[in-house]
Design a protein around this ligand. Structure first.
Ligand SMILES: [Zn+2]
Length: 342
């Protein structure tokens, strides 16, 4: 019932690299199996990630200007009003959760993950990640207990500058909203439509179908399956971790957080080996009432500068003006590479 639709179009050039011989170049247009939205696979081999040296960023001067570095975090960041959180900040291990001084929404918190200013991928330890997700979840539960819950809970993350992260000190966005944003809205609407049409959860079906086909099925853990997306949202692809039997924030216990972190750590080891050092992440929980058709899932989208000299971002007119993602790698090839880290 899940369809992986795509079409290949071609263009012909007289190629200067081969003495102006005739050359046919393919572009594949793929349609997301849930939303039907298109994206393209093109430009193969033209963009390669390159490692950055972070040590130069971690200077006393940079740390003294960073609002998230101790001791600034106590004096330069806002606190929650006492009716929301009497302690002002929420602490869990090294993580401090605080309100965003420039909020995007009614409840727009930040989980400052570490005390260290710069945490490269290989140092994003399971302990740090568990504390960060744990703090976000605790915030949602506190708000729920105070009856200030809004329907949508999302944890997002811009890790390192290519991802759009303005402060290199690692921090996640902990969002509680009645406006889900376009991607979650479309995902919810289409998951419901799928459920009403087939009386089955799209997310369970996706895991089952991808496992059967094997092309994009990276592997599974006790209660989650991990895939490369058929129609990725990023230039270097998109990765999905789906917990098909886990739904709302109240279903997410310590074992689920452990498994989420376990899956992410495997993905990060692959990123490290592939010189990917920046990504966007979204962790989506089912709103109340959507348990039958929506599952907890994480999307991780690598981000890069298109070249290390001018550092152009990998989001340009295609994504901004046409709202059309393009990807320069094959999800199926990436999946094969990733299996070695599973
Ligand atoms: Zn800092």
């Amino acid at each position: 019932m899940i369809e992986f639709r795509s079409k290949v179009v071609t263009t012909t050039i007289m190629d200067p690299r081969e003495d102006f011989a005739r050359k046919v170049i393919e572009t594949e247009i793929r349609y997301d199996p849930l939303t039907g939205e298109s994206g393209r696979l093109a430009h193969f081999g033209m963009i390669k990630p390159q490692k950055e040296d972070f040590s130069s960023w971690d200077t006393p001067e940079n740390r003294s200007r960073c609002p998230f570095c101790p001791p600034n975090i106590e004096t330069a960041t806002p606190r929650f009003p006492p009716e929301q959180l009497p302690e002002g900040h929420l602490h869990r291990g090294e993580t401090t959760l605080l309100p965003n001084i420039s909020p995007y929404d009614q409840f727009s918190a930040l989980a400052v993950i570490s005390r260290d200013h710069v945490v490269p991928l290989e140092k994003l330890s399971p302990r740090l990640l568990k504390d960060a997700f744990g703090a976000g979840l605790e915030f949602f539960r506190i708000m729920a207990a105070k009856k200030t819950m809004l329907p949508y809970q999302i944890i997002s993350w811009n890790y390192m500058p290519p991802s759009g992260g303005g402060i290199v000190h690692p921090h996640q966005q902990v969002i509680l909203s009645d406006s889900p944003g376009n991607l979650l809205r479309k995902t919810l609407e289409n998951s419901k439509r799928y459920y009403l049409a087939y009386r089955q959860s799209y997310w369970k079906e996706l895991c089952r179908t991808e496992k059967e086909r094997g092309e994009r099925f990276i592997g599974e853990l006790e209660r989650s399956c991990w895939l490369t997306a058929f129609a990725p949202l990023g230039v270097l692809g998109e990765f999905l971790g789906i917990f098909s039997e886990v739904h709302t924030i109240f279903d997410v216990d310590e074992a689920v957080v452990d498994e989420l972190v376990n899956g992410l750590e495997r993905l990060f080891r692959y990123f490290y080996s592939a010189d990917i050092y920046s990504f966007n992440m979204g962790l989506f929980f089912a709103p109340e009432g959507a348990e039958e058709y929506f599952s907890l899932h994480v999307r991780v989208i690598p981000r890069i500068f298109l070249n290390p000299i001018q550092k152009p971002p990998d989001v340009n007119a295609l994504q901004m003006v046409l709202q059309e993602p393009f990807t320069v790698v094959h999800p199926e090839k990436q999946c094969a590479e990733l299996k070695l880290f599973w």
